[in-house]
Ligand binder design. Structure first.
Ligand code: PAF
Length: 280
């Protein structure tokens, strides 16, 4: 497995693999089975698989966990080696952002909803770094987890609007046996909290069942919010039932039709922020 720390090192490798079909998985490290499932998809569909590990400061607000974000490079590299990844790109912050860096890529519609309300600046940081990484890696396919569904939808829009010649592939959320969606931030939870936090997925499943039984969006939301808010360890950030393409919130009197709907929520579980969703 080749490890590239600079853009020029990576470009050298890329230029000698110019005709290869490159599958790419951008990550911030602290790799878990969710990331590794993206590697497996890429290995199945592409000639060569590239993973980047870069904790992108630009997508963290000053009050978020950039400093304490789990950094587990040695273990990450072992996992990638075991999964037969071809190249790992691990640039430093100054390699990606020169000191006079002054251009941002901003999505103006989808990024204003859901996560964008609670985390202003987050998607600007994501779309900026992903655009830069796409230009450096020049992949044919890029793989993202459906757990961060809004990020996936925005990146698909980024690729369309900025004419990147890249196929963005969404891959299903990988879960613990309890149902808790795998996330690098789960490392902040105790084993007991990991079990208890599965209430988030249970709640989303309840929402799916209610909507499928023809319950209205308004009544479904009431039931889901009360299930979450009755748990003392949880502070609810948002609960949403939205159109799966536009991310517009569905009106309270609406019932499930044939269009795609996303039930999503963000909670603080003992102060650890968790997100999850179900796509219906
Ligand atoms: O999902 C993530 O880990 C990050 O947002 C990404 C896509 C690697 C950009 O920093």
């Amino acid at each position: 497995m080749k490890i590239c720390k600079t853009i020029s090192e990576f470009k050298n490798w890329r230029n000698s693999n110019i005709h290869e079909n490159i599958g790419y998985i951008p990550t911030m490290g602290a790799l878990h089975k969710g990331h590794l499932s993206l590697v497996t998809y890429s290995k199945l569909h592409c000639d060569k698989t590239v993973v980047s590990i870069f904790v992108n400061e630009l997508q963290f607000s000053p009050d978020e966990d950039f400093e304490k974000y789990p950094r587990t490079l040695e273990q990450d590299l072992k996992k990638l080696e075991n999964h037969k990844v071809d190249v790992v790109f691990i640039p430093t912050t100054s390699e990606i952002y020169k000191s006079d860096f002054s251009i941002l890529i901003n999505e103006l519609d989808l990024s204003q909803k859901l996560e964008g309300v609670s985390r202003p600046g987050f998607f600007s940081g994501v779309t900026t770094v992903v655009s830069k990484l796409f230009n450096i890696i020049e992949p044919s396919y890029a793989f993202f987890g459906e757990k961060d569904i809004q990020q996936l939808i925005i990146i698909k829009k980024l690729v369309l609007d900025l004419n990147f010649n890249i196929q963005v592939v969404g891959c299903e959320t990988i879960r613990e046996a309890s149902g808790l969606a795998m996330s690098s931030r789960n490392q902040y939870l105790s084993d007991q909290d990991k079990k208890d936090a599965s209430i988030l997925y249970e709640t989303l499943q309840l929402g799916q069942n209610l909507l499928k039984k023809n319950e209205t969006v308004g009544e479904t939301k009431l039931q889901l919010k009360s299930k979450l808010q009755n748990n003392k360890k949880i502070k609810l950030d948002y609960l949403s039932i939205a159109n799966g393409t536009t991310l517009e919130e569905l009106r309270d009197n609406v019932k499930l039709k044939n269009e795609q709907v996303i039930i999503s929520a963000a909670i603080f579980f003992n102060d650890v922020r968790l997100i999850d969703n179900i796509i219906i």
